[in-house]
Design a protein around this ligand. Structure first.
Ligand SMILES: [Zn+2]
Length: 190
């Protein structure tokens, strides 16, 4: 196959050269309400990769982003904090044959990190793309949560205003869950 970043020959969707030279994560933390949200990249850095969502190649790309970037970051935090994590992806519903968020969360599992798919689903499926903060606040996602309560780490692909992650964390907390923090691949405000 070819590397989706440089189009060179590669046996994985992101070649070693691109991972070492072009796609260097720069972690930043942003706080929305009481929720800490870590982002690994500025949006522009990974825009072409994230735009493969809902396309056939997006399945492999999102899996690679989970494996090569989210996994080392989450595993580092887990070993640093020495508590087990329960990873929950935001709205892991299936569109065009797969859930892109489930591809991000799937590689994160290890002996101290549990991953359950599809436990946090938005009942309002309206698109927020290009919409204002006021619009987003007036049209909440209405999440339904059926997962566990302890040490939850939320995962999403992009943060824009942060309203989706904030609403998700609020819903889980109302159900008695303890959200530790959230991690996203890219922050659109960076
Ligand atoms: Zn490459």
């Amino acid at each position: 196959m070819r590397c989706y970043s440089c189009n060179g020959l590669s046996h994985v969707p992101l070649c070693t050269h691109c991972r070492k030279t072009l796609l260097i994560p720069s972690v930043q933390m942003r706080q929305v309400g009481t929720l800490r949200i870590y982002s690994l990249f500025a949006y522009d850095t990974v825009e072409s990769l994230l735009l493969t969502k809902h396309k056939s190649e997006g399945y492999r790309i999102y899996r690679a982003l989970g494996k090569f970037y989210l996994k080392p970051f989450i595993h580092h935090l887990q070993s640093h904090l020495s508590i087990s994590f329960y990873v929950v992806g935001i709205d892991e519903r299936i569109v065009s044959g797969y859930s892109h968020i489930a591809q991000l969360t799937h590689p994160l599992r290890n002996k101290d990190i549990e991953v359950d798919h599809g436990v946090l689903i938005a009942e309002n499926r309206i698109s927020y793309a290009g919409k204002s903060l006021a619009y987003r606040l007036e049209h909440p996602r209405n999440f339904r949560y059926t997962g566990k309560k302890e040490n939850i780490v939320l995962i999403d692909d992009i943060i824009t205003t942060g309203t989706t992650l904030h609403e998700a964390a609020y819903r889980i907390q109302k159900e008695g869950g303890n959200v530790l923090f959230a991690v996203v691949v890219a922050d659109a405000s960076r």
